[in-house]
Each structure stands twice: as C-alpha cells, then as structure tokens.
Design a protein around this ligand. Structure first.
Ligand code: ATR
Length: 275
C-alpha cells in the first residue's frame, strides 16, 4: 500500500485524513493517508523517517510550513514565492517542496464563482501565513490593486512589499478599511476571526459591506461565517473556504498519484464531516 500523510502540531482536528482516505477508497487507489503529530524539535527526524519509510509525499501544516524547508532537497517556485511549503513530494528519495494553497484557492474561487481576477480591486483582511499564500496567488493572477488590512501594521506592510513585484499594493490598519472597501470588488478574509467556536465574531463592521462585493472567507468551520451571512444580507456574493481545502488537496493528489482527484466527492466528504 502506498503511503502519504500530514505532519503538524496539532493534527488531531484535521479533516484531511478523512477526505483523502475516502477519495482513495472510492477511486480504488491502493494508498493510505496518515496524520502525524510532530513537535518542533522532532521535525528533521520525522521528515527523514517518512522518507525512509517510503512515503510518496506528505502535507505540512502549522507550525512546520516554513521550517520544513531546511530538510528538503528542492523548493519549487510557488513555495519560494509564498515563503512556505504545504506539500512535499518524494521523488525517488529526493524531497521536493511545493505549495498548493494559493493555486488551490484560485481554482476554488474561479470554479465556484466564475470570477475573473484580472483588474480586480481587492481588500485582503489579515497578513499571516494564509494571507501570504492567497495574496501571492491573487497578485500573480492579475489583480489590479491589493489593499492589505491588518490589526498589526508592520505585518501588513511586510506583506504589501512582498506582493509589490506583481501588483499595486498598500497596507492599512483594520480601522481604516471603510474607504478602500467602498471601491473594492473583492474582499478576502484570511484571519481566524469568526472561526468556530467564536461563530458570532466579525472582523469588520458589517455596515461596510455592499452589494458590489464578492466576499470570500477562508474559514470553512462554520461553513458560513458571520461575515458571509452579513454580506449575503446586503446583497453581496459569497464564497467559503471549503473549496480551498479541497482544491489544495486535489493539486497534491495530482502530484503524488498522477491522476485527477475526485473533487466533487471530496467536497461532499468534507461537507458531511462538518455537519
Ligand atoms: P494563518 O497562518 O492562519 O494566517 P497567522 O499567521 O497566525 O495564521 O495569522 C493570523 C492572522 O489573523 C493575522 O493577520 C492576525 O493579525 P495580526 O497580524 O495583527 O496578529 C489575524 N488575527 C488573529 N486574531 C485576530 C483578531 N482577534 N482580530 C484581528 N485580527 C486577528
């Protein structure tokens, strides 16, 4: 049986093993996906252990997405640009790091909303790891302007300067969001505000939302955050984070297994497991 998996700390809450193993079973692919809780000090030995055990690859999650790069043989451009690795491919003993988060997000957004990214005026809420992955992909996909709004200004500025090589960017504090949001066509929410169990939390004043916006929230638990509910009430279109989780996995599936992933089925598995 072929082996793939996930390293992170913690990993107990992850929906990935269920999504992956269901997909393997349904497609009759003789593979298994296993989660491993790896503490920071054990990262190097865990990576070489997975290689010795013949794993075809593994996903990497918090807190190892950056530090795992020290233990790989090659880092692909996507991962260099984002500054983090979420997927490792074991190519006959050579460990290749890549990142499917940004492209997975774009595929989800485009397939579920039909949005064309060229020319969009985007407000990006947050400046952490998720914002870096998604922001990089949006900038490369042709966004006209990305305004990064964050609770902490220096992190917003750092991300704005990172994305400058692809598009026009600026950094603001969350409190200054009213005017850029007025002119924006896409609002992308990447902070943890509104994530279960704090389901009633909203990262911005809902009164600022308007019907010319597409509001995209990376959170998938709950399926529909308070922000998305408030956006819908005001006539905006909405997009949830569920699809990103599936599409980033589907891109890893293609690399490891060499076949298209059963995206629809993976969506249904995830949807069920969140109920
Ligand atoms: P991730 O990898 O999920 O993006 P992260 O790198 O820790 O996680 O980033 C978390 C993001 O959520 C940051 O933008 C953070 O703001 P700061 O840079 O100011 O820390 C944001 N965030 C987390 N809790 C928040 C809160 N209560 N209000 C506003 N922003 C918050």
């Amino acid at each position: 049986v072929g082996k793939v998996g996930l390293i992170g700390h913690p990993v107990g809450h992850s929906k990935s093993p269920e999504i992956w193993n269901d997909a393997f079973e349904n497609q009759e692919i003789p593979y298994i996906y296993l989660p491993f809780d790896v503490s920071t000090g054990d990262l190097g030995s865990a990576v070489s252990g997975l290689k010795s055990l013949g794993f075809r690859g593994f996903n990497v999650t918090i807190p190892h997405k950056v530090s795992v790069m020290n233990f790989l043989d090659e880092i692909e451009e996507e991962a260099v640009e984002i500054g983090a690795v979420n997927t490792v491919i074991n190519d006959g003993g050579r460990l290749i790091g890549t990142n499917t988060d940004g492209e997975g997000y774009i595929q989800s957004l485009q397939s579920e909303t039909g949005l064309t990214l060229a020319g969009q005026h985007i407000v990006l809420l947050g400046a952490g790891g998720a914002a870096r992955a998604v922001g990089t992909a949006l900038a490369k996909a042709g966004a006209a302007q990305i305004t990064i709004a964050n609770r902490t200004m220096d992190k917003a500025e750092a991300l704005a300067s990172r994305l400058q090589r692809w598009t026009r960017t600026n950094a603001i504090l969350l409190e200054q969001i009213a005017s850029p949001l007025q002119d924006a066509s896409l609002l992308v929410q990447t902070t943890s505000v509104g994530m279960s169990p704090n389901k009633e939390a909203c990262p911005i004043d809902p009164e600022l939302l308007h019907s010319d916006l597409l509001v995209s929230d990376l959170i998938y638990h709950p399926r529909q955050t308070r922000l998305l509910k408030e956006a819908k009430i005001r006539g905006a279109r909405v997009h949830s984070g569920l699809g990103m989780l599936v599409h980033q996995a589907a891109l890893a599936y293609q690399r490891w297994i060499g076949k298209d992933a059963p995206i629809k089925q993976m969506m249904e598995t995830l949807d069920q497991s969140l109920k």
